[in-house]
Design a protein around this ligand. Sequence first.
Ligand SMILES: NC(=O)c1ccc[n+]([C@@H]2O[C@H](COP(=O)([O-])OP(=O)(O)OC[C@H]3O[C@@H](n4cnc5c(N)ncnc54)[C@H](OP(=O)(O)O)[C@@H]3O)[C@@H](O)[C@H]2O)c1
Length: 259
Amino acid sequence: MIQIPLLNGRTMPALGLGTWDLRGPACTAAVRQALALGYRHIDTAEMYGNEEAVAKGVASSGVARGGLFITTKVWTNHHRAKDFLPAAEASLRRLETDYVDLLLIHWPNLSVPLEETLGALCRLAKDGKALAVGVSNFPVELLQKSLPVAGTPLCCDQVPYSLPENQDPLLAFARPRKIAVCAYTPLGRGGFLGRPELKEAGKKHGKTPAQVALRWLVQQEGVAAIPKASGEKHLRENLEIFDFSLDAADLKVLAALRA
Ligand SMILES: NC(=O)c1ccc[n+]([C@@H]2O[C@H](COP(=O)([O-])OP(=O)(O)OC[C@H]3O[C@@H](n4cnc5c(N)ncnc54)[C@H](OP(=O)(O)O)[C@@H]3O)[C@@H](O)[C@H]2O)c1
C-alpha cells in the first residue's frame, strides 16, 4: 500500500474505504470486511449518519486503533466555533475514539467567517482530537485563502476526482505545498467504468476497469482515493491495485477519458 506523507509528519494510506450511503449493519459489515482484507483507511462524516456503525465494524475487526486511519468531517450547519467543537466531539463519541486521524470541514459555508471555522478546526488539532486537519470541496482560491488563516497546517483537500473529473489546477497548487488530495467518487459511481479505454488498459495488466481507474489516481504523487464498496468482490478488487503500474502507453489511451 502506498502511504501519502502528510504535513503533520504522519502518513495516510493511499486507498481507503468510502462509506457514504452505507448505514447500520450493512456499513458495519463492509467496514469489518474491508479491515479483514487489509484496508486501514476509513472515510466517514457526521452527515453520513453512520459513524456508530463504522465504530462497530472497527471494534469487531480486532484491528488496533493505532493501525487505522479514520477521517471524519464536520457538516456546514456546524461552522460557528460554538457548534464546530461540540459537533467534532460528538463524532469522536460516535466513533468511540479519542481522536481522528484527519478531521475535515466537509463543505465551504460562506455565511460564516472562514477564520472562525478554521480557528475551531485548528483548536481540535492543538487539543489532540484531530491528528491532522484539512478541508473538503475547497476550490484552489478558497484553499489559498485558508492557508494563512489556519494556525495548523491544512494537510488535505478531499474533492471529487477521477479520470473524467479534472482537478489539475488543484493538484498544481497542492502538490508543491505538500497538501494531499483525496479523491472522492473515484469510480464516478460506476458511470464511466464501461468505457472501452479502461477495458483496453485493464486487459494488458489483467485488471478490471475499476482497478485501472483507481490505479490512475493513486500512482500520482500525493493522491489518495476512497472508493465506496459494499461487498467482498468490490472491496477486494479495489484494494488489489498496488501490484501493477500504468505506463506511458496506458496513460495515452486513458487520456481519451479526461475532461
Ligand atoms: N467529501 C465529500 O463531499 C464527499 C462526497 C461524496 C463522496 N465522498 C466520499 O467518497 C466515497 C466514494 O464516493 P462515492 O460513494 O460517491 O462513489 P464511488 O466510490 O465512485 O462509487 C461507488 C459505487 O461504485 C461501485 N463499485 C465499487 N467498487 C467497484 C468495482 N470494483 N467495480 C464496479 N463497481 C464498483 C459501488 O458498488 P457496491 O456498493 O455495490 O460495491 C458503488 O455503487 C464516499 O463513499 C464518501 O466516503 C465524499
